[in-house]
Design a protein around this ligand. Structure first.
Ligand SMILES: NC(=O)C1=CN([C@@H]2O[C@H](COP(=O)(O)OP(=O)(O)OC[C@H]3O[C@@H](n4cnc5c(N)ncnc54)[C@H](OP(=O)(O)O)[C@@H]3O)[C@@H](O)[C@H]2O)C=CC1
Ligand SMILES: CC(=O)[C@@H](O)[C@H](O)COP(=O)(O)O
Ligand SMILES: [Mn+2]
Length: 381
């Protein structure tokens, strides 16, 4: 039996993680969880899973839930609450499915507390991958990727040696607007952008997928998780999202991981690693029915956010922190209909141009650069 702590229980990854736990009560037990603002759903989750510790985002929700829940459930809130869930003493593994760079500090604390980490929260690795990987190495803690592409690469690498890797090939669906030229994106709506061709995901990552920032974040995430230079990380457009990513080795052999797009596969692989467990409810891959898979090179002028991400990643230091923070605020502004779709990567570029990189930033530096970037983008809205 593995005891699980879950950050972001009410989200897309969070609820699919709950589905995996629900399906395998003999293998997994939810002991601690955090939610943001969705208290309605939190009540249902608490009543079904009976966790020992619950954290909410605001003091108001904390006060309300404290009145409702009995003494058997400990309640907490804010960043302290996220950390308490992340390091909860009875948990064996932390699933980090919270959204955004708010996940960084709880991740670092969980590593220090020697928790295995199943990491979906890519913004944490983009913001400060060096701090996370250094701490994981120092504490000898296992970091298991949940993002579908990174899980695919991780699966392809089982039984292989790092020295034999020639390059990673991360696949990209192309997102909601993949068949539109850049000039055709003037005036696209939030509703259009939220209509992903293959995956049902949270709003922020769906917009990131449409701008191709998601792939940019994933390139930086892969750089840290697999300790490879950006020159060895390629992106290939693959509209079906059947091949979740590939690894090419020095002998020219290429390994790929395939499957129908269902995030429960990488989630449960991280939870059951190094074993596999059944997933009966997922539609099985039928290649004869699919017939054809398509591949196209990435056009970095069309998908400008990907170009910005490679540039920020290669410069390193605080540049990826700025890229991520600017993008988080810009995507939020687009979702609130305060800016247009095309302004998202334009604002990110402005933040990158304005920033003087700081090499080898510590946690305090990362946090202040993150905050300053958010303030700068907000001042432009
Ligand atoms: N969805 C997917 O298929 C995939 C997601 N990922 C990554 O996983 C992470 C989560 O994505 P996804 O599940 O789609 O996102 P969602 O928006 O669906 O869920 C985000 C979760 O984080 C909580 N949350 C948000 N902000 C805060 C905050 N400031 N403090 C505390 N809790 C907060 C939300 O709470 P509430 O809703 O209660 O407010 C919710 O539980 C992201 O980093 C994403 O890039 C990676 C691969 C695939
Ligand atoms: C499910 C998942 O991992 C997402 O990150 C997904 O990959 C988004 O798809 P695209 O960014 O390829 O459109
Ligand atoms: Mn992904």
């Amino acid at each position: 039996m593995k005891n699980i702590s879950l950050l972001g229980a009410t989200g897309s990854i969070g609820t699919q993680t709950l589905d995996v736990i629900r399906t395998h009560p003999d293998k997994f037990r939810l002991v601690a969880l955090s939610v943001g603002k969705n208290i309605e759903l939190a009540r249902k989750i608490i009543s079904e899973f009976n966790p020992e510790l619950v954290s909410v985002q605001s003091k108001e929700d904390y006060d309300q839930l404290k009145l409702e829940l009995g003494a058997a459930t400990k309640i907490s809130y804010g960043e302290d609450g996220l950390v308490e869930v992340a390091v909860y003493e009875k948990s064996d593994i932390l699933v980090n499915a919270v959204l955004g760079s708010v996940g960084l500090f709880p991740t670092l604390q969980a590593i220090k507390a020697h928790k295995v980490i199943a990491i979906a929260n890519k913004e944490t690795l983009v913001t400060a991958g060096h701090l996370v990987m250094e701490e994981a190495k120092r504490q000898q803690v296992l970091l298991l990727p949940v993002d579908s592409e990174h899980s695919a690469i991780f699966q392809c690498l089982q039984g292989e040696h790092d020295k034999d890797i020639e390059r990673l090939i991360i696949t990209a669906s192309g997102g909601s607007f993949r068949d539109k030229k850049r000039e055709e994106l003037v005036g696209v709506t939030v509703k259009d952008a939220l209509s992903h061709p293959n995956w049902s995901m949270g709003a922020k990552i769906t917009i990131d997928s449409a701008t191709m920032m998601n792939k940019g974040l994933e390139v930086i995430e892969a750089h840290w998780l697999f300790n490879l230079p950006f020159e060895k990380i390629d992106v290939l457009q693959h509209r079906e999202s059947i091949i979740h990513s590939m690894v090419e080795f020095q002998d020219g052999s290429v390994k790929a991981q395939l499957g129908t797009p269902d995030m429960r596969v990488p989630i449960q692989y991280a939870l059951s690693y190094p074993n596999r467990i059944t997933l009966t409810s997922s539609e099985r891959l039928d290649l004869a029915k699919i017939g054809m898979l398509h591949f196209e090179p990435m056009d970095l002028d069309r998908f400008y956010a990907l170009k910005l991400s490679y540039e920020a990643g290669k410069i390193g230091g605080t540049m990826p922190t700025v890229l991520n923070a600017a993008n988080e605020v810009a995507v939020g502004a687009f979702l609130n209909e305060r800016i247009s779709f095309l302004q998202i990567d334009q604002l990110v570029e402005k933040a990158l141009e304005k920033h003087n990189v700081i090499k080898h930033p510590d946690l305090d530096t990362i946090r202040s650069v993150d905050l300053e970037t958010r303030e700068y983008i907000n001042s432009l809205l």
